[in-house]
Design a protein around this ligand. Structure first.
Ligand code: SF4
Length: 360
């Protein structure tokens, strides 16, 4: 397994000025990288996209933004468990990650957790699911559930797997990018996953750039697929990392070649410190659409989505004046399946878009 590093001095080639600037940022937003990811970054290239993923940037100290832009606090039904969409509950199974993405929308977990964000009591979560027959899916997220011990993680999954209505468990994880060796070396995890019955496990990976799909990551994917796990990828479009047609086209094609379904590309949310990583919605959709237009049907399966307080919006078209969005998931029944038209002037200003409480 790859070591997690929090010392800025581990970063090669920083000038004293850069070191001081980064240190100022980390007083607010912590830094963490694995030795595996450290080896993927080209530290001699100041514009290396992987460097941008992990290296603190002074722009993060710009004021504005919220630590909870999607108002997740409104959807907690138990400590560590949210119930936003009727058929799905979200359990924040871990509050830790092997590395920290600078653009993380839940960075509050590493800084200042709300009172609802204590580690969940899994038995209470299971009881809640039992008492809510509308729940069909369980999503384990965090943080990163793969930072738990495999014994603990599989204990949680096994408790869910015996619930008769639950057929799908999703695990949102970036471990295959931060530390694929965590999976490769873990025979217990692989054995347990291959013997699991009662639910289909989906691993929701987070590869933001093709260079993260290195040989070790491909090996980890291969081993997980051999256990019968389905693998889908979701990642935000990040300024300076993958806000480029060629980069996104390569990512989609390389995911499909690895047996991973491209699932979502997300709009970066207006989390505090994240505006420098955000691409305006209209520009982001244009980049996404052009990249998809160059891909085969298999590689072009991802959707461009915006996670908003009111639900998940699929950005799906463009007219002369508007961006067309459809509620892919809706937190409130009146929005289910609703199509909305967003003026291009608003879609060019993501902050204005996210400020709206009601869309359309
Ligand atoms: S791996 Fe996910 S939860 Fe962890 S820092 Fe990155 S985006 Fe945030």
């Amino acid at each position: 397994m790859s070591e997690s590093i929090t010392e800025i001095k581990a970063i090669p080639g920083l000038s004293p000025e850069e070191f001081d600037a980064i240190q100022r940022v980390t007083e607010f937003f912590p830094f963490r990288i694995t030795s595996h990811y450290l080896s993927l970054v080209d530290w001699e290239d100041p514009h290396d996209p992987l460097r941008r993923v992990v290296l603190p940037d002074e722009g993060e100290l710009e004021s504005g933004g919220s630590l909870d832009p999607s108002r997740e606090k409104n959807f907690y039904v138990l400590p560590g468990m949210q119930h936003k969409y009727p058929d799905t509950v979200l359990i924040l199974a871990s509050h830790q990650c092997a590395g920290y993405c600078r653009y993380c929308f839940r960075k509050r977990l590493f800084i200042r957790r709300s009172m609802h964000e204590h580690p969940p009591d899994i038995n209470n979560c299971i009881e809640y699911i039992r008492n809510h027959p509308e729940v069909r899916n369980v999503l384990l997220s965090g943080g990163d559930p793969l930072t738990l011990s495999s014994k603990r993680l599989m204990g949680i999954i096994r408790k869910i797997a015996v619930l008769p209505r639950i057929k799908v468990v999703r695990i949102g994880t970036r471990i295959l990018s931060w530390d694929p060796g965590r999976v490769i070396a873990d025979r217990f995890l692989l054995q347990e996953l291959s013997e699991l019955t009662g639910v289909q496990v989906y691993i929701m990976t987070h590869f933001a750039h093709s260079r993260e799909l290195c040989g070790k990551a491909l090996e980890a994917i291969r081993l997980l697929r051999r256990c019968g796990v389905a693998i889908c990828n979701q990642a935000p479009m990040i300024r300076g990392v993958n806000d480029n047609v060629d980069v996104l086209e390569d990512l989609f094609n390389d995911l499909v070649a690895a047996g991973v379904s491209p699932y979502y590309i997300f709009q970066v949310r207006p989390t505090m410190g994240n505006s420098i990583y955000s691409v305006p919605i209209l520009d982001a959709y244009m980049i996404f659409r052009e990249a998809q237009s160059r891909c085969s049907g298999l590689a072009a399966r991802a959707r461009y989505v915006i996670s908003h307080y009111t639900g998940k919006l699929h950005v799906c078209g463009l007219t002369d004046e508007h961006l067309v969005m459809v509620y892919h998931r809706a937190a409130f029944p009146g929005d289910r399946g609703r199509t909305i038209l967003v003026k291009k002037s608003i879609a060019s200003n993501s902050k204005a878009f996210f400020r709206m409480n009601h869309l359309g």
